[in-house]
Design a protein around this ligand. Structure first.
Ligand code: NOJ
Ligand code: CA
Length: 582
């Protein structure tokens, strides 16, 4: 009856994966796993993402605020999460919902004051919650004093803090052409943007400056170095006020590179100079704030986890979309094939995702975590024509998969993606606008979000009669809210579900359901079976592992029929099971 962890599954599991395209690197359940270097609390942490403008409005002006978040901390704690990621709350003209920062050192008045931020950190800490802020290092707002000074004709401290070419009318080299903005100021030159025109790129230098273009400063230019020091102080400022770390926006988009064009320039550069900056910050955090956590929006774990970040969001890549996003419109990375694996229609494909995931996971698993976000402010809501049961299966996946789970506010109650025809405020082009609507607290006025008149709200609230809300779901033990809480609690109680526990795919076939994998940590082994499709499906796999019984931890108590080492399991449609081998 003893577990045989040394049994070799590689050959058979490789066959069961059944696709030449998925080359599973680790198909032996060994229970061996090494937690990447991080503070202890990160090792099984679950995060909750809050979009401050639409979480809770404490003063009736129609926009959420920091005091509103403070008032909801007990609710957040009740979810069982460990930490909160706050989208930007800094002073900004809000051309990109606050990602365009005009003063890094100041809370935007619409959200409150720096004292409110301090109170939020303190109140969260009293409840055992951590809070990380959004660190936007790659650009500021055009309204930043730094940029306004940089845009002047005279030479000053900020002249080189942004990337300007030296001729207002002469086009920059081809690879950068669509990133330069002409005619903004009297300064003779065009500035480089890092996203919208209102987000001028801060100057982290050029990896291989072209000597024909003197304005391409090297990455160790004194002005670049001065900017880097200032950015460290920005981090220190919020850490000293009580933050527990940060999420780095567009973390890969700092140093520029020749021959990299278009969006790649913003999202897909892997320059050593960029890594070096983050490595310095990581060192600073180790020394000055040893309990802190850094997660990047880079979507290239091989670079991001190279001693830079503890974790990297892996969602701007070919594969994440195959999981959840069935919309035909997507931002930045093209168009959907129209099918998502986690959908009742059952037309998804898990192997494309898994192949790309393993390609990053296998070489990085001892270095840091890969985060597959459970929704965020840049994608359509997971609740896009999906039922609570569909969503629970998605959360069962997200919470049992390796890495640090991030749950987007409102997804715990099944908030819906709202129409893309709704207002596109503050740069929220579709589908982002429909995913940023106010949190639904009750079925009262404005669904309990705000006492403002409905037309004063930041975005309208869901108008559906049956719009889900916290108050109703609290009362129903079988609500999505309560099911989500149970999954989060399970993650904390099972060592095999720790963020770093071993991951072994057991059954993942092209265009096939279900998807089955094991997580293992020492002697604890958990098997996860996921069948989001409406049709019954069967999996056959080998765990070559001696156990006397299975104990279902969550989901349906499926029958594991075992013959020799081969397990067969029939999985009804829209069903998942998290099973412990005992
Ligand atoms: C990534 C943020 O998540 C997104 O909301 C923003 O628009 C872009 N960075 C550019 O600022
Ligand atoms: Ca408010």
């Amino acid at each position: 009856m003893r577990h045989n962890f040394t049994s070799c599954l590689s050959v058979l599991a490789g066959m069961l994966l059944g696709v030449s395209s998925v080359n599973a690197q680790s198909t032996t359940i060994t229970g061996n796993c090494t937690a990447p270097e991080s503070p202890e609390w990160v090792k099984s942490a679950v995060f909750y993402q809050i979009y401050p403008q639409t979480y809770y409005d404490s003063n009736g002006d129609g926009i959420g605020d920091l005091q509103g978040i403070i008032l909801k901390l007990d609710y957040i704690k009740s979810l069982g999460v460990d930490a909160i990621w706050l989208n930007p709350y800094f002073e900004s003209p809000f051309c990109d919902a606050g990602y365009d920062i005009s003063d890094y050192y100041k809370v935007a008045p619409r959200y409150g004051t720096n004292d409110d931020a301090k109170r939020l950190f303190d109140e969260a800490h009293k409840r055992g919650l951590k809070v990380i802020f959004d660190f936007v290092a790659s650009y500021t707002s055009i309204e930043s004093k730094w940029f306004q000074a940089s845009a002047r004709q005279d030479t000053n401290k900020f002249t080189n803090w942004y990337i300007w070419n030296d001729n207002t009318w002469l086009n920059p080299p081809k690879e950068y052409q669509d990133a330069f903005i002409k005619g903004y100021s009297r300064r003779n030159g065009q500035y480089m943007r890092n996203f919208y025109y209102c987000q001028p790129a801060l100057n982290f230098g050029f990896a291989l400056p072209d000597t024909n273009y003197k304005w391409q400063l090297p990455t160790n230019h004194p002005d670049v170095m001065a900017l880097r020091e200032e950015m460290k102080n920005v981090v220190r400022f919020w850490m000293n006020l009580g933050a527990d770390g940060f999420r780095a926006d567009m973390a890969g988009a700092l140093a520029k590179t020749a021959n990299v064009e278009g969006n790649e320039q913003f999202f897909n550069t892997h320059e050593d100079a960029t890594k070096k900056f983050w490595q310095e910050i990581r060192d600073m955090m180790r020394k000055e704030y040893p309990q802190s956590f850094m997660v990047s929006e880079w979507s290239y774990p091989k670079a991001a986890l190279e001693n830079c970040f503890h974790a990297d969001f892996f969602h701007w890549f070919d594969g994440y979309n195959d999981l959840f996003q069935k919309e035909s419109w997507r931002i930045l990375n093209g168009y959907s094939q129209g099918h998502s694996y986690f959908d009742v229609e059952g037309k998804g494909n898990i192997t494309h995702f898994l192949k790309n995931y393993l390609d990053q996971y296998t070489p990085t698993k001892d270095k840091g975590y890969i985060c597959l976000p459970l929704g965020n402010h840049d994608n359509a809501r997971l609740g896009n024509n999906r039922s609570a049961t569909d969503l629970e299966i998605i959360y069962a996946f997200g919470i049992t998969f390796p890495g640090v789970p991030f749950l987007y506010y409102g997804n715990e109650i099944g908030m819906r993606q709202l129409p893309t025809s709704w207002p596109q405020v503050e740069g929220a082009y579709r589908p982002r606008n429909g995913a940023r609507t106010p949190m639904q607290w009750s079925n009262g006025a404005n669904l309990g979000f705000s006492t403002a008149k409905a037309d004063k709200l930041y975005l309208p609230v869901d108008t559906a009669k049956n719009a889900p809300n916290v108050e109703a779901e609290e009362k129903d033990p079988s609500s999505l809210l309560n099911r989500t809480r149970k999954l989060i609690a399970l993650k904390h109680s099972e060592p095999a579900l720790a963020n770093y526990a071993e991951f072994v795919p057991l059954y993942a076939k092209e265009n096939t359901y279900p998807f089955v994998y094991a997580r293992a940590n020492g002697k604890d082994v958990v098997i996860v079976v996921l069948n989001p499709s409406s049709k019954e499906a069967t999996a056959t796999f080998d765990v070559n592992y001696t156990y006397s019984k299975t104990a279902v931890l969550s989901g349906k108590d499926l029958k594991f029929i075992k013959k020799d080492n081969i397990i067969t399991v029939n999985v009804p449609g829209q069903t998942y099971s998290i099973v412990k081998l005992k």
